[in-house]
Design a binder for this molecule. Structure first.
Ligand code: HEM
Length: 458
C-alpha cells in the first residue's frame, strides 16, 4: 500500500473471502471477533474485500485513500450504515444516527456548544469530578477500573450536558448499556424476532428505554416549567436554538434524541479510552515515567486547567498513541446511496461499507512495529509523513466527532490528576481481552490495584 495512493480508474474486482458456511457465510468467524477477523482477512486479501454475511454485501476497506473518499470526497453519497440506523429505535434522530438535511441542521445548531472557548469552561467540571473520584480512591486499594472510568465519564458528560438538573446519571448509563447490548445481539443475529414480541430480551430492553425516556423527558419538562435562568449547559443551548428559516425551536422529542445521543456517544468512548491508556502505561513503565516527569515539570501538584494542559505535549502524544492501539470507535460504517467507484472498484448502492479503525491503526505498511506503544509517532514530522486517514480515531469529514476536543481535554485532565497521586497496576491476566461492542471495551472490565505516588519518587 503506497503512502500516498494514486487512485486508478481501471475496473477491478473486490476480492471475496471464501464462505465458511453455505448459509451463514462468514457470520460466525466474523462476529466472534470482528477486529481480528478483519485484520487477518486484510493481511491476506489486500486493502479492500467483501465478507459474505446473510442478507448483506459487507465491503471492508482499510486503505487510507479509500477511507478519505468515503468520509470526505464522496461523503454526500454515503449515509450511516444499517446497524447505526438501527440504533434509532433507542437514540432517535440524534446527531449520530440521522442523515441529510435534518442532520446538517442539527449539527449547525449543536456545533457552537463544542467550540473550544466553551469547552474551557467545562474543564473545571472535569477537574471537580476527577478530584472527587480520587478522594474516594484514597480509601480503596483496588477495584474494577472500567467501572470507575464509566462512572467518572458519565458524571462529567451528564453534568456538562444537563448541569445540576441531573441526579440519576448512573441509572441513565446503565439503561443505555442494556439498550446497546441489546442492539449488538441483534446485529450479530440474522434471525431476530420482532421488537414487539414479549421475549425476555425485548422486555429488558423496553424497561431500559422507559428509564431513559422518563429521566430525559423529566429534565426537559422541568426546564420548560422552571425556565432557563442561570443554565449554561448544552440542554439550555439546544432549547434556545431556533431554526434559521422557520424560527421554530426543537420539539421535546428532538431534544430527547440529541441529549441521549450526546450522553451515549460522550461517556463510554472516553471511559474505554482511559482504561486502555492506563493498561498501556502499566505495560510500558518507561513511557509512564516520561509522562509523570512531564506532569511534574508542568503542573507540579497543581490541579490542571484548560490552559496548563497545553504544556503536556508528551502526555498528549501518549493519549494519541493509546487511541491508535485501542480506538474506542473501532469501526465506522456507511451505505452508498448510489453506485460509487473507488480506485477502479465498484461499490454498489446499498452495500454495507465498513472502515475498521482498529485494523488501519495497526497496518504494518503504515506503522513501523505496529504493536509497539511509541507516543513519538505523533511528533509533527512523523504525522506529516503518513497519509491522512492512516489515523482517524474520531472519524473524519463533515461527520467528524463533535466531541473530539471535549474528549481529548477530559483525557488529559483525568490522566494528569490520577498520575499526580497514584500508579495503577493491572492484576495478572487483566484485562482478559477485548470486547468489541459499539465501543471497544476491556472484556470483563479491568481489575487493578493502586499504589500511592509522591511525584518526586518516579
Ligand atoms: C475518546 C472519545 C471519543 C471517540 C474515540 C469518539 C469517536 C467518534 C467517531 C469515530 C465518530 C464518527 C462516527 C462516524 O463517522 O460514523 C463520532 C461521532 C460523534 N461523537 Fe464522538 N467520540 C468520542 C467522544 C465523544 C464525546 C465526548 C462526545 C460528546 C460530548 C461525542 C459525541 C459524538 C457525536 C454527537 C457524534 C456524531 C457527530 C455527527 O455525525 O454529527 N463523542 N465520535
Amino acid at each position: 500500500m503506497p503512502a500516498t495512493a494514486t487512485l486508478s480508474s481501471a475496473v477491478r474486482q473486490i476480492p471475496k473471502i471464501p464462505r465458511a458456511h453455505w448459509l451463514l457465510g462468514n457470520l460466525r468467524p466474523f462476529v466472534s471477533s470482528p477486529p481480528h477477523f478483519l485484520q487477518q482477512a486484510h493481511s491476506r486479501y489486500g486493502p479492500i474485500l467483501e465478507v459474505g454475511i446473510p442478507g448483506r454485501r459487507l465491503i471492508s476497506m482499510v486503505e487510507p485513500a479509500y477511507i478519505q473518499q468515503v468520509l470526505v470526497g464522496h461523503n454526500r453519497n454515503y449515509i450511516k450504515d444499517p446497524n447505526t440506523r438501527a440504533l434509532k429505535i433507542s437514540l432517535g434522530e440524534g446527531l449520530l444516527t440521522s442523515d441529510g438535511d435534518f442532520w446538517r441542521k442539527q449539527r449547525r445548531i449543536a456545533q457552537p456548544a463544542f467550540h473550544r472557548h466553551r469547552l474551557q469552561q467545562l474543564a473545571q467540571n472535569m477537574v471537580k469530578h476527577t478530584r472527587e473520584m480520587l478522594q474516594q480512591w484514597e480509601h480503596k486499594p483496588g477495584f474494577n477500573l472500567a467501572d470507575e472510568m464509566m462512572v467518572l465519564t458519565s458524571d462529567i458528560a451528564a453534568t456538562s450536558l444537563f448541569g445540576a438538573s441531573v441526579q440519576n446519571n448512573l441509572e441513565i448509563g446503565r439503561a443505555l448499556l442494556t439498550a446497546m447490548r441489546y442492539h449488538i445481539q441483534r446485529f450479530n443475529n440474522p434471525f431476530n424476532l420482532p421488537h414487539w414480541m414479549p421475549t425476555p430480551a425485548n422486555r429488558r430492553y423496553q424497561r431500559a428505554m422507559q428509564v431513559l425516556d422518563r429521566s430525559v423527558y423529566g429534565m426537559i419538562e422541568q426546564r420548560r416549567r422552571a425556565g432557563q435562568d442561570g443554565q449554561h449547559d448544552l440542554l439550555a443551548m439546544l432549547m434556545e436554538a431556533r431554526d434559521e428559516e422557520t424560527g421554530e425551536g426543537m420539539s421535546d422529542k428532538q431534544l430527547r434524541d440529541e441529549c441521549i445521543t450526546l450522553f451515549a456517544a460522550g461517556h463510554e468512548t472516553s471511559a474505554n479510552a482511559l482504561c486502555w491508556l492506563f493498561y498501556l502505561l502499566d505495560q510500558h513503565p518507561q513511557v509512564q515515567q516520561k509522562v509523570v516527569a512531564e506532569i511534574e515539570a508542568v503542573l507540579g501538584q497543581d490541579e490542571p486547567t484548560a490552559g496548563s494542559i497545553r504544556g503536556l505535549e508528551y502526555t498528549f502524544r501518549t493519549i494519541q498513541e493509546g487511541l491508535r492501539l485501542y480506538p474506542p470507535a473501532w469501526i465506522i460504517g456507511r451505505e452508498p446511496l448510489a453506485d460509487d467507484h473507488i480506485d477502479g472498484y465498484h461499490i454498489p448502492k446499498g452495500a454495507f461499507v465498513t472502515m475498521c479503525t482498529y485494523v488501519v491503526h495497526r497496518l504494518p505498511q503504515l506503522w513501523e512495529s505496529p504493536e509497539a506503544f511509541e507516543p513519538d509517532r505523533f511528533l509533527p514530522e512523523a504525522v506529516k509523513a503518513r497519509p491522512k486517514y492512516a489515523y482517524f480515531p474520531f472519524g473524519g469529514g463533515p461527520r467528524l466527532c463533535i466531541g473530539n476536543h471535549f474528549a481529548l481535554m477530559e483525557m488529559q485532565i483525568v490522566l494528569a490528576m490520577v498520575l499526580q497521586r497514584f500508579r495503577i497496576r493491572c492484576l495478572p491476566g487483566q484485562p482478559a481481552g477485548m470486547e468489541p461492542l459499539i465501543t471497544l471495551r476491556p472484556k470483563g472490565g479491568m481489575q487493578v490495584k493502586l499504589e500511592k505516588r509522591r511525584l518526586q519518587e518516579i
